[in-house]
Design a protein around this ligand. Structure first.
Ligand code: AMP
Length: 588
């Protein structure tokens, strides 16, 4: 036991955890049992995420239970019971069908955390179309690339986002047949070449029978980033609901009377798997807040909404720590009983700060876009080792491995030895493809393992500890950013000859995006040019993805084959030894 482990005793736990006997749960046919907690479509017609998340409750005992409470920016409330959410999603599904959007067609949704996003997600899944969320803070370039890779047939967005970011892209997106717009504050809109969300839904029937859905039918596409090349569209199937459901129950310890708040934006995988699907499948009340992070606002929501289970992220925790514990003391949280965190390393001080501020520690857990759901977690009934991601979900076999040159892997058995974190293939929410990139997909697997691209070690008691990424992907405020996407936009500028982009450590955001730029002849470094490049990147990429810092340099180091040596740039930035330059190849 590590000296500062947080020991769980029965007296500390207000509610009996759903997962009490970890070893017993691991021993039995875990996924088969998990599947039994779901209903399946009536008449043995398969497994559909939207049926499990809404319809089975909408037509069951929880019909009048509050399913979703959306708070708008002014904190006005928009509530849906399960019956109401089911009916609204059916209207959306009928509207899609009316437009000719069918099974397998991709529906992109670009919106903040507004009620229409949640309805569109569930309605799309009812229609057996493919839901693909896009982060609303993206600039036009990331939006265009993702809609193009996904061959999106329809897009749901707001009038404002459409005019600012999408309208000009339409000629370059021939597959995008239908754009459905939500007016400001849910009002009607009249933009040429688009449909008005409100009018479409009003004209649609609120009854929709979900068609037969094979668990292997594609349900979701989540875009993520690699080191090189275009963003990757990770494909998930309806059968993933088994993971979404059971991880909510066991890793987040959801009980039927919980009020659950996942602060992640559905533009990223956590906000869909745990902001929409998992809490609804578990029949609890989900809170969605349209507002951005602000410590006072968040404490106010935790208090007034009587949130009992809270799932947030390390950047937010660090910002709350910075704001000071005194602000927390202005509120009371009698309902709060379980805190969890994901998306970036949660430092031990963050775990412990939860105890100081809320009387409850944060439970770190680990997963990624490709895994679709939580894979490693600190569970409610288990001692927490601050700084550790926890232990694998029952049903998940994790390992620490080294890749061999022949394509196989060697498993590390010595506790504490570092290697790549790998997961035995076969859990229900494992991604099934990268859209249109089968080779890239195949490269993620070796010797029966899915290779996560993270470096980690396991201690003698089976707890996993994160070390870093094996590749050059950047994690900034929890958002995964591909350096290639940023470099490509910088290279569009007439002054830029070469660009290399790295994650620079930052005490709050984890990392910030930093670019190194070599200028073309006739251009000279200046503060004005730096500002111009920063502005160019911001307009094209959006503030979240664009670099925060730019340095001009005489040379952006690259291998002979032209791969940018980001490791070397990073070593130089951090003043670390540059090491053996010949081995500094970048990974995928
Ligand atoms: P994404 O696919 O955007 O969800 O990002 C997944 C990546 O975020 C992982 O591969 C890790 O590098 C990082 N990550 C997620 N959760 C954790 C965690 N609990 N501790 C450390 N890193 C994490």
């Amino acid at each position: 036991m590590t000296p500062n482990a947080i020991v769980k005793s029965a007296s500390k736990l207000e509610v009996t955890p759903n997962l009490l006997d970890y070893d017993a749960a691991r021993a039995r046919g875990f996924w088969e049992h998990a599947r039994e907690e779901l209903d399946g479509l009536p008449g043995d017609r398969g497994l559909n995420i939207a049926h499990e998340a809404v319809d089975r409750h909408a037509f069951g005992a929880r019909a009048d239970h509050l399913a979703l409470r959306c708070l708008d920016k002014r904190r006005e409330v928009h509530d849906f019971t399960y019956a109401e959410l089911g009916a609204e999603a059916s209207r959306f599904a009928n509207a899609l069908r009316g437009l000719g959007v069918a099974k397998g067609d991709l529906v992109g949704v670009l919106a903040g955390r507004i009620p229409e996003l949640y309805v569109a997600a569930l309605g799309t899944l009812k229609n057996r179309s493919v839901f693909s969320p896009l982060f609303s803070a993206f600039g036009p370039e990331p939006i265009r690339t993702r809609l193009a890779i996904g061959n999106a047939m329809a897009l749901v967005t707001t009038e404002l986002l459409y005019e600012r970011k999408v309208a000009a892209l339409r000629p370059s997106l021939p597959h995008l047949e239908h754009v459905i717009l939500v007016g400001e504050g849910g009002t009607e809109t009249d933009v040429p070449g688009t449909y008005d969300y409100r009018r479409l839904l009003e004209a649609a029937d609120d009854v929709f029978e979900i068609g037969p859905t094979d668990p292997e039918d594609v349900a979701l596409v989540h875009f993520t980033s690699g080191t090189t090349g275009k963003p990757k569209g990770a494909v998930h199937v309806h059968g993933a609901i088994v993971s979404h459901h059971i991880t909510g129950r066991l890793a987040l310890d959801l009980h039927p009377d919980d009020v659950f708040w996942c602060t992640a934006d559905p533009g990223w995988v956590t906000g869909t798997s745990y902001g929409i699907i998992s809490p609804l499948s578990n029949g609890v009340t989900a809170i969605a807040d349209e507002g951005d992070f602000e410590a006072q606002r968040w404490y106010g929501i935790l208090e007034s909404e009587r949130v009992s289970v809270w799932y947030t992220a390390p950047t937010a925790i660090r910002m709350m720590m910075k704001a000071g514990v005194e602000l927390v003391r202005e509120h009371e949280f009698p309902a709060l009983r379980f805190l969890a965190s994901v998306g970036e390393p949660l430092h031990p001080a963050g775990v412990v700060w939860g105890e100081e501020a809320f009387g409850l520690p944060f439970h770190d857990n680990w997963w990624q876009t490709e895994t679709g759901g939580i894979m490693i977690a600190n569970f409610a009934a288990m001692d927490i080792r601050p700084g550790s991601m926890g232990r694998p979900m029952p049903g998940v076999e994790a390992g620490i491995v080294h890749r061999r040159k022949d394509g196989g892997v060697d498993e590390v058995t010595t506790p504490g030895e570092q290697g790549e974190l790998a997961l035995r293939t076969g859990w229900p929410s494992m991604f099934r493809a990268y859209l249109g990139e089968s080779e890239r997909y195949e490269r993620c697997f070796a010797g029966g393992w899915y290779m996560t691209g993270d470096l980690a070690f396991r201690d003698a008691d089976g707890y996993y500890w994160f070390i870093g990424r094996a590749d050059d992907v950047i994690k900034s405020s929890g958002h995964l950013i591909g350096p290639f996407e940023v470099e490509s936009v910088l290279l569009e500028h007439p002054a830029v000859a070469h660009a290399g982009v790295i994650g620079k450590p930052d005490p709050v955001a984890g990392e910030i995006v930093k670019a190194f730029v070599t200028l073309k002849p006739n251009y000279v470094p200046s503060r004005e040019l730096e500002k111009e490049l920063l502005a160019h990147a911001r307009v094209r990429l959006g503030a979240v993805v664009a670099p925060k810092e730019i340095s001009f340099t005489d040379e952006v180091p690259a291998t002979r084959s032209g791969k940018i040596m980001r490791r070397l740039l990073k070593a130089r930035e951090l003043g670390l030894p540059e090491g053996d330059v010949s081995t500094l190849e970048t990974g995928e």
